[in-house]
Design a protein around this ligand. Structure first.
Ligand code: CP
Ligand code: NVA
Length: 315
């Protein structure tokens, strides 16, 4: 693994290695054991969109591993005034040991990785959100004891979250059903890639407009905001189209009795999910948010850490 841009680029083993390292780092963090895996290393964090979890978890994660993170708002760096990615990538590679980027166009992340000489981590584009799904998988594994053979149902917008869940679930051997209105279904190439992976891992991918069929007997129920960052102009139309995909008590009751509820957050109660579900006993949203820290520490350790130090975590 050279970068983390899409979970579709990773092997099943690479994803399980990240989860293994994350579990060990989390356990040690709880015991108060400190680390020097990223001593003297620096991570630049480019943000062209807002963030609570991603910004704080990356910055804290770097600190906990002995390194330092720099918050680079695209409003403040020259990238926001039109400096090209090629120059930005080459310049930042002379100072930093890694770059994390949250932006709109997915192609910007690919270009940054192509022209830079250091690892690039995708911290959300309009297309994918791999860091979130690594934390989601960690959370599911903690609550269910395993990933293989489980069914995840995603209800709502066929967006960056749905796309990364399609990749993440099929890679690790989980069945996935995605229910969205026809107009907002996931891109065809993502569905095709996920279906190809599903053939290899022996799982199913269901893409449907039928929320009830998707959620039936699910072990994990997932939703995300209907209005992603930068897509605020779709609000009025989406509120009309998405009503039947709201994760409420009635729909949630079709999932397994012990199903867990996940949401990447930020959440909008009364829209994609009702309070009785997101604040109910099956919701594990705060464990999920916490796991952003542990999963990303694992990613940074594996991408930027001293090889020998990291190897001990894979045993
Ligand atoms: N889930 C997530 O990425 O949250 P932030 O937008 O707060 O970083
Ligand atoms: N789909 C949401 C995810 C936020 C973490 C967005 O892109 O705004």
């Amino acid at each position: 693994m050279e970068h983390l841009i899409s979970l579709n680029d990773l092997t099943q083993k690479e994803i399980f290695d990240i989860l293994t390292v994350a579990e060990k780092l989390k356990d040690e963090n709880k015991k108060g054991i400190t680390h020097h895996i990223l001593d003297g290393k620096t991570l630049g964090m480019i943000f062209s969109k807002s963030s609570t979890r991603t910004r704080v978890s990356f910055e804290v994660g770097m600190y906990q591993l002995g390194g330092h993170a720099l918050f680079l708002s695209s409003n403040d760096i020259q990238l926001g005034r039109g400096e090209c990615i090629y120059d930005t990538a080459n310049v930042l590679s002379r100072y930093l040991d890694g770059i994390m980027i949250r932006t709109f166009a997915h192609s910007d992340v690919i270009e940054l990785a192509k022209y830079g000489q250091i690892p690039v981590i995708n911290a959300l584009t309009d297309y994918l959100h791999p860091c979130q799904v690594l934390a989601d998988l960690l959370t599911i594994k903690e609550h269910k004891g395993t990933l293989k053979g489980l069914k995840l149902a995603y209800l709502g917008d066929g967006n960056n979250m749905a796309n990364s869940l399609l990749y993440g679930c099929t890679k690790v051997g989980m069945n996935i059903s995605v229910a969205s209105p026809e107009k907002y279904t996931c891109p065809s190439e993502v569905i095709e890639n996920a279906k190809n992976t599903a053939k290899e891992t022996g799982v199913t991918v269901e893409i449907t407009t039928d929320a009830k069929s998707a959620i039936k007997d699910a072990d994990v129920v997932y939703t995300d905001t209907w209005i992603s960052m930068g897509q605020e102009d779709q609000k009025a139309e989406k509120i009309k189209l998405f009503g039947g995909y709201q994760v409420n008590k009635e729909l949630f009751s079709l999932a397994k009795d012990d199903a867990i509820f996940l949401h990447c957050l930020p959440a909008y109660r009364g829209y994609e999910v009702t309070e009785d579900v997101i604040d109910g006993k099956n919701s594990v949203i705060f464990d999920e948010a916490e796991n952003r820290l542990h999963a990303q520490k694992a990613v940074m350790a594996l991408l930027m850490g001293k090889e020998k130090t990291v190897e001990k975590y894979l045993k």
